[in-house]
Design a binder for this molecule. Structure first.
Ligand SMILES: [Zn+2]
Length: 267
C-alpha cells in the first residue's frame, strides 16, 4: 500500500496583517453567525493546489521535478499570490473573514519525504506555508517522512492534515471499525506527533460520497476532494483542489484561472 499515490502565501509583504486578521477570531466559539451551505457554495472559490511526488525522472500527473516545483512557487510569489492556511480558508468560507489578495492554498498528499526535504524549504524562501496530508501507515518508511519531519513541518508553521491510515477510499469503509482504523485512530496518533489538533482531511484518490462526507464532518472542519462536483449540502467536506502536473509556471496560472476563478454554484 505504501506505493499508492492519489489520483486524485504567505507572500512576505504582509504576513503580520494577515495573521492578525485571522488570529483575532475564535472560530471554535460557535457564537458567531455561520454561513449556510448555500452561502458557502455561492462564495468565490479559492485556488487549492495538490502536489504529490517531487523528483526527477519520467513525469506523470503525480510527479514533477524539483526545478518545476521551484518555478511554480516563484511565479506565484512574483504574481502577488499569498499562500493561506486551511484555517484561513475555513474562516473565509464560514465567517466571511477577509483573505489576503490573490490567495492560494498549497497542499501535498501522501507523506513523501521530498515534501519536507524539497518543498517546504522552497516555500519558506517565499514566505509560503502549506498543508501536508499524511497517510499514517508511512511513518518512518523509506521515501516517506519520519515522525520528526512531520512534527518539524508543523513547527515551521505548516499545517498537518490526515489522508487516512493506508489510503483506502472512504466509500469502501463498511462499518465503525473501518472508520476507527482509517480515521479516528490515525487522527489521534497524528495529533500526538504534531502536538496540535488535526482538523483537515484529504480524500484518498479524491473520492467521496454524501454519506462519507456526513461522517467526516464529525472529525474535520474541512475535507478536500479533487476537481469534482461539490456536495451542495456539505460544501465544507468537499473543497475542490486541482492536481498540479509537470507544467510550465504559466501553465500553472492558467490552470488555476480555469478551475477556480468565477466558479461558484455550478461546481
Ligand atoms: Zn493520496
Amino acid at each position: 500500500m505504501i506505493g499508492i499515490i492519489c489520483s486524485g502565501c504567505k507572500h512576505s509583504t504582509k504576513p503580520n496583517a494577515v495573521n492578525q486578521l485571522v488570529s483575532s477570531v475564535d472560530s471554535s466559539s460557535g457564537t458567531q453567525p455561520q454561513n449556510t451551505p448555500a452561502q458557502i457554495m455561492a462564495k468565490q472559490q479559492v485556488p487549492v493546489l495538490c502536489y504529490h511526488r517531487i523528483s526527477d525522472g519520467p513525469k506523470s500527473e503525480y510527479k514533477i521535478s524539483a526545478t518545476t516545483f521551484s518555478s511554480h512557487m516563484k511565479i506565484l510569489a512574483d504574481s502577488g499570490y499569498h499562500s493561506i492556511s486551511a484555517s484561513q480558508l475555513y474562516d473565509y468560507l464560514v465567517y466571511n473573514k477577509i483573505l489576503p489578495e490573490k490567495p492560494v492554498l498549497i497542499s501535498f498528499d501522501d507523506s513523501r519525504v521530498e515534501h519536507a526535504a524539497i518543498a517546504a524549504p522552497v516555500m519558506e524562501k517565499y514566505g509560503f506555508r502549506g498543508i501536508f496530508f499524511i497517510m499514517t501507515i508511512t511513518y518512518n518508511k523509506k521515501n516517506y517522512m519520519t515522525k520528526d519531519q512531520i512534527a518539524g513541518l508543523a513547527k515551521a508553521g505548516h499545517t498537518i492534515g490526515l489522508h487516512s491510515w493506508d489510503h483506502t477510499m472512504v466509500i469502501k469503509y463498511k462499518d465503525a471499525a473501518d472508520w476507527q482504523k482509517e480515521v479516528a485512530v490515525p487522527k489521534e496518533k497524528l495529533e500526538k506527533i504534531v502536538g496540535q489538533k488535526v482538523e483537515y482531511w484529504a480524500y484518498p484518490n479524491g473520492v467521496y460520497n454524501h454519506n462519507s462526507a456526513v461522517e467526516l464532518k464529525k472529525y474535520f472542519k474541512l475535507s478536500f476532494s479533487l476537481a469534482t462536483k461539490r456536495d451542495s449540502l456539505l460544501p465544507l467536506q468537499c473543497v475542490r483542489r486541482i492536481i498540479v502536473p509537470e507544467c510550465s509556471p504559466q501553465g500553472l496560472l492558467k490552470s488555476m484561472h480555469k478551475s477556480f476563478l468565477g466558479k461558484t454554484k455550478s461546481n
